[in-house]
Design a protein around this ligand. Structure first.
Ligand code: B12
Ligand code: SF4
Length: 373
């Protein structure tokens, strides 16, 4: 008999829908089951999503989880559906569940699914719940050949492997393809993928970045002939020193594409100091690229805002204020003059500047709160 399936995306804020649930949906629909998809607290326009009329009964309820700091929202959804559907089999999985399974069990009594769900890995996403979603989402590989300590991929996807036929995940109506590969350039299928991408002809974005240590003249040339937009790299740790500068120079030699570089900071690594942060953003700004500073989120706790031993709240607040209020959407744009004004000519000026911004903001906020009393 066909089963009644409910897929639940908890009520946290996330820029993209759950690819995991979209795959699980296809898997069940292929078996002839009926599937409803619910996004708790869905924003006003969630890609044309219309909440379904929930049924009296479901056989299986799949609840996904994403960032560890979404813990409260995830637990709330799990408990809500457990009490609303006491006879259903409630399954929980995803990134938070994989990283902190004991916490899920303690709060809800459910032993979550840990790691990838092999049966659905090969399924294409079901885009039908989100009629105005403008993208196709896929990945050509899973895992990563590197094991950076601050990154959780080594725990979520311990094996690096290639996914065949990713092209079947493409929604013909989509405007752009978004790839969530952790390290595409490590793929033995890189050249085959390029051929497929040229044939498909849509713009595409490897939005987790590509590895500057594996980027060379040939790849720069080949990528310049594709619709990759933008080109994203990362300058996270000292092993990328020299490679990132070289990759940017090569990319610029062959194309005028926008370049964006992620810079993680505030991790617990000994090298992750404010001085090294300044060094990285200064190097990148000198090379004329956009920078996306990315504050480290702990991978083994539900806290969002930790302050690592090398950092302090004043510097972190200063970076946040400048990148969100002076620049926009967290991106340090390439203008050199503005950069020097905002971040200074060296690490000492940078630190002093952040203190000034912090104090100024505090004064402003104190004034505001007195005014509102
Ligand atoms: C895509 C992605 C994003 C997207 C958002 C995703 C979304 N849906 O909105 C974008 C690019 C915006 C993003 C941003 C950020 N991200 Co991010 N992101 C990812 C990424 C690359 C893939 C996640 C994904 O969807 N994979 C595809 C699906 C199919 O896989 P999956 O979810 O694992 O699901 C599988 C299994 O878990 C299982 N499963 C899932 N659900 C369920 C449910 C049931 C019931 C069952 C049985 C099985 C099951 O089945 C699936 C198939 O095998 C991961 C890294 C990674 N490789 O996982 C980082 C990751 C999740 N991101 C991370 C971080 C830190 C961030 C940022 C906070 C970074 C920052 N400091 O700014 C920002 C947050 C921005 C914001 N405003 O929210 C960290 C999370 C760490 C943590 N502590 O939680 C990760 C793990 C990266 C890392 N290298 O450490 N991210
Ligand atoms: S190279 Fe990137 S994806 Fe791979 S382990 Fe390091 S941070 Fe994670």
């Amino acid at each position: 008999m066909n089963k009644q399936i409910l897929l639940v995306e908890p009520g946290y804020e996330n820029p993209y829908p759950s690819l995991a649930l979209m795959k699980i949906s296809t898997w069940h629909k292929n078996k002839g089951d009926e599937v409803d998809y619910i996004k708790d607290n869905a924003p006003q326009d969630y890609f044309g999503y219309q909440p379904p009329k929930l049924k009296e009964q479901y056989d299986i309820i799949y609840i996904t989880t994403l960032f560890t700091y979404h813990f409260q929202a995830a637990i709330k959804s799990i408990k809500d559906y457990q009490s609303r559907y006491p006879n259903a089999e409630v399954k929980v999985g995803g990134i938070l569940a994989t990283l902190l399974p004991d916490l899920i069990k303690r709060e809800t009594g459910i032993i979550p699914h840990v790691g990838l769900f092999d049966k659905v890995e090969g399924c294409s996403p079901d885009y039908s719940f989100l009629p105005s979603f403008p993208f196709s989402i896929t990945y050509t590989t899973r895992g990563c050949i590197r094991k950076c300590k601050f990154c959780v991929v080594r725990l979520l996807e311990p094996k690096f492997f290639v996914r065949k036929n990713w092209e079947k995940d493409i929604n013909p109506n989509s405007k752009k393809i978004i790839f969530w590969d952790n390290n595409w350039l490590a793929s033995p299928n890189f050249y085959k993928d390029i051929e497929k991408l040229k044939k498909i002809g849509k713009p595409f974005d490897f939005n987790q970045g590509i590895d500057c240590r594996l980027f060379d003249e040939e790849k720069a040339k080949i990528l310049s002939q594709t619709k990759i937009d933008p080109l994203r790299f990362a300058f996270d740790n000292p092993s990328q020193e020299g490679y990132i500068q070289n990759a940017i120079k090569l990319a610029k030699k062959y194309s005028g594409k926008d370049i964006m570089v992620y810079v993680i900071f505030n991790s617990e690594e000994a090298y992750d100091t404010p001085e090294f942060f300044y060094h990285r953003i200064n190097e990148l700004n000198k090379l004329g690229v956009d920078i996306f500073p990315m504050r480290y989120r702990p991978i083994n706790s539900i806290q969002k805002h930790i302050i690592s031993p090398q950092w302090n709240s004043i510097l972190l607040r200063g970076i946040k204020l400048i990148t969100t209020f002076y620049y926009s959407r967290g991106v340090i744009r390439k203008n050199r003059k503005v950069f020097l004004k905002m971040f200074g000519k060296n690490a000492d000026e940078f630190k002093r500047g952040m203190h000034k911004v912090y104090k100024y903001d505090k004064k402003l906020n104190n004034k505001k709160s007195t005014a509102s009393l």
